[in-house]
Design a protein around this ligand. Structure first.
Ligand code: ACM
Length: 758
């Protein structure tokens, strides 16, 4: 069987025999080839870390010893394997990686490491089956974007993230360093960008009450990267063939800079503090020459730090209200002979593009920069679907495919209450894998302008570094296969077969990741006629055979095979897992099924009253420790518990929480309907069949108002018969805070109420 390598190489030809790698197997480089020596050391460290074996890198000795070696061989002909390609031969005499470039040697060694990690755990020796690999990438731009503004990641994390990218043979990190909520890059000439612009008071009552003893004021959230840290990270990335493309947003997403230097803004009195709101702000840079001087001075320092050919200048979501309202900007626009505000953004981008070009760099921006006229050599990051890329390619511009929602990895990747917060649409591993990077409406000449793919990790709802990794992996494995492997190798089943090994690599490296594509989910519905549970078992990828036990023991392949939904008496404890060829794909799932658990729904298991895309929002409290996560439509916080048998129920319990309304939604704020409360603090109302149906319970919010975490409210239910929908909606006087359901528990008359979860 072919080994598990992700992304799948261009070609693998299996041969007979194997080579055994042991402690002390040499990794050989020619004398004087320091890049090769670094790569050999890198491979040795990876193998030590993940398999416990100690390889022996050696420079200046390329004659393999009798017991064989791993030889890293430079080809004199740089073009022989392309800019990033390699060849890899395993025979019973050893392993040879051949490449014309440093990048090719690196990727060849990553593949060697993958051959050495076909199984998990420490090993005294590893047999590698003989084969020949020829490999090179499909696309030149294989990227991830990391938003270090909305939440800040440590330099150590950024390096670890780059390392994991490189192990997927990705080669571009677009680093989102400036935005409304922070400026994260030290600029020597403008110290207030970071002394002021890098810090904010987090949203919500809990943060406002979290007083920093050093200042007597609310503790600030933020941080920035010093120029020394940037140089270190850039060099670290370069070793791994990752180019960092810095993103400096303009003319919008500029509030942090404008707070630091108000003269840069388009209104007289911009905010005095960096905001902790998410969304689209109206604050744009103005178009004074002095503002261009500022931006050029910033970009001069940026270019000194980042050797990347491309500099990303943002350009997205620049709403033009302030430009329209400013007599000074209007006068300037007319003096320039520019037709409208979109064209003014075109002028802005062209002027910056010219400056970058004069310094030997190229401009790249989000697809909005196409709207106002765009410099001929500009490259487009297409995020509003792929239309921007299609327009770009048809007009001779290069483009990177980065469409929302599929390549927005801040979207959840599975259902379920255990999924970390994020945008609420589900972008599964298969959704990513199924993305077609060759738009059919382009000719093959135009296709050549699609330089690659990039997934974006925005971090409004990704507060921790662990969750960045969780969002990225393994969806990045699917992205890598789209970006690297030949189109002909695209095969979801083959990817799934290789995936468990990749998850094992993440475990060996200690990288937080999602296993939700393969983990078994237990769904159970209460059947009142029989007092049983109707149980179904699935995994998202529909891969492997599912086996289960009812005695609490982890299942093996000898345990009963799940074939179709079945019934279980209550209470029951079920443990289930998916298997392929005798091996468990992930850790098993356990569920306690009881009369109460079957009548409980987390907000992620309720339906929303609207068709809007919700957010999976984390509570803002407590300041330290685990927080609840609510599935909520911020424009219409309203939930449906569908199709529930109300016969014999005595009461209802609802866990409710409050989160700050820290969203810039512009005029849409008027669309939010506020139901008038009957008591000063408001209520949670429960309606029968629909939200305008009979109100069957009212749960006053008074006990919850002073509690910034989840509060359980209770109310008796008058006797009801039969199956109904229940609608849950809050009455309130203002949009802030947003009240949200954490969970709903329906309590039968013959069962005592149990506080919280069982
Ligand atoms: C974007 O998501 N505003 C590029």
């Amino acid at each position: 069987m072919a080994p598990s390598i992700i992304p799948e190489p261009q070609s693998i030809v299996l041969a007979d025999g194997h080579f055994t790698v042991t402690d002390g197997t040499p990794v050989l480089c020619a004398a004087g080839d320091s890049d090769c020596s670094w790569t050999a050391d890198y491979l040795a460290k990876l193998v030590k870390r993940t398999r416990g074996l100690s390889l022996a890198p050696r420079t200046g000795d390329t004659a393999p010893p009798p017991h064989g070696a791993i030889l890293l061989r430079r080809l004199d002909d740089l073009k022989a394997t392309g800019a990033e390609g390699y060849r890899l031969d395993v025979t019973h005499d050893g392993i040879v990686v051949s490449a014309g470039t440093r990048a090719g040697l690196f990727y060849g060694c990553v593949s060697v490491w993958e051959l050495l990690t076909q199984t998990e755990g420490r090993a005294p020796s590893i047999d590698v089956a003989a084969l020949h690999i020829t490999d090179a990438p499909r696309f030149a731009w294989r990227g991830l974007m990391l938003d270090s503004v909305r939440h800040f990641q440590s330099p150590a994390f950024v390096k670890s993230f780059i390392d994991t990218m490189a192990l997927h043979k990705l080669n571009v990190l677009q680093w989102h360093l400036t935005d409304d909520q922070g400026w994260r890059l030290e600029i020597k000439r403008y110290p207030r960008l970071t002394s002021v612009g890098a810090w904010r008071v987090p949203a919500g009552a809990g943060a406002a009450a979290d007083i920093d003893p050093a200042t007597g004021k609310p503790r600030l959230y933020g941080g920035f990267y010093t120029q020394d840290e940037i140089r270190d990270i850039v060099a670290y990335a370069k070793r791994r063939n990752v180019t960092i493309v810095p993103e400096i947003e303009m003319p919008g997403h500029a509030l942090a800079a404008i707070v630091a230097y108000p003269k840069l803004g388009s209104v007289k009195n911009p905010p005095k503090q960096v905001s902790s709101d998410w969304g689209v702000f109206p604050y744009l840079y103005n178009v004074d020459d002095s503002t261009f001087d500022f931006l050029e001075n910033v970009l001069t320092e940026v270019m000194e730090l980042f050797p990347s050919q491309y500099i990303h200048v943002g350009g997205d979501e620049a709403v033009k209200d302030q430009w329209k309202a400013s007599p000074k900007i209007q006068a300037r626009m007319h003096a320039l002979g520019v037709a409208d505000e979109n064209a003014l953004q075109g002028y802005f981008t062209a002027r910056i593009g010219k400056f970058l070009a004069a310094h030997g760099r190229r401009l790249i921006g989000w697809d909005e920069i196409l709207e106002g006229g765009v410099p001929p050599d500009a490259t487009i990051t297409s995020w509003r679907g792929i239309d921007g890329a299609i327009t770009a390619a048809k007009t001779g511009h290069d483009a990177v495919l980065s469409p929302a929602p599929t390549l927005y990895f801040d979207n959840r990747q599975a259902e379920g209450p255990d999924e970390p917060p994020g945008r609420g649409a589900i972008v599964s591993l298969k959704d990513v894998y199924d993305f077609n990077p060759a738009p059919t409406s382009l000719t093959s000449e135009q296709q050549s302008h699609i330089v690659g793919l990039q997934a974006n990790i925005w971090t409004e709802h990704i507060r921790t570094e662990d969750r960045v990794d969780y969002a990225a992996f393994p969806r990045t494995a699917a992205l890598a296969e789209l970006a690297w492997s030949p189109a002909a190798a695209h095969d979801w089943h083959s990817f799934l077969v290789r995936l468990p090994t990749q998850l094992g690599r993440y475990r060996a490296l200690g990288i937080r990741h999602s296993e939700s594509a393969l983990t078994v989910r237990v769904s159970a519905q209460f059947d009142r006629a029989t007092n049983d549970a109707a149980v179904s078992l699935t995994n998202q990828a529909d891969f492997g055979s599912i086996h289960y036990t009812l005695d609490g023991k982890p299942p093996t392949e000898d345990a009963p095979l799940y074939k179709a939904p079945f019934t279980l008496p209550l209470p029951s404890h079920i443990t289930a897992g998916a298997f392929v060829n005798g091996a468990a794909l992930t850790a098993p799932t356990s569920d306690n099924l009881t009369m109460l658990s079957l009548r409980r729904r987390d907000s992620h298991e309720l339906k929303l009253c609207s068709n809007n895309i919700p957010l999976s929002l984390e509570d803002d409290a407590p300041v330290d420790g685990p927080r609840a996560v609510f599935m909520v439509d911020i424009m219409n916080p309203c939930w449906i518990y569908p199709h529930v048998d109300l016969t014999g129920l005595a009461s209802i319990e609802a866990g409710v929480g409050q989160v700050p309304f820290n969203f810039q939604v512009g005029d849409d704020i008027r669309k939010i309907v506020l139901l008038p409360p009957q008591t000063p603090e408001g209520e949670l109302e429960v309606h029968l069949d629909s939200c305008s149906g009979e109100r069957i319970a009212v749960l006053p919010l008074a006990p919850a108002v002073a509690n910034d975490t989840v509060t359980t409210l209770r109310a008796a239910l008058a006797p009801q018969q039969g199956v109904h929908d229940l609608c849950f909606v809050f009455t309130r006087r203002s949009v802030d805070p947003i009240w949200a359901i954490d969970r709903v528990q329906l309590v039968p008359a013959d069962k005592p109420a149990v506080p919280g979860r069982e």
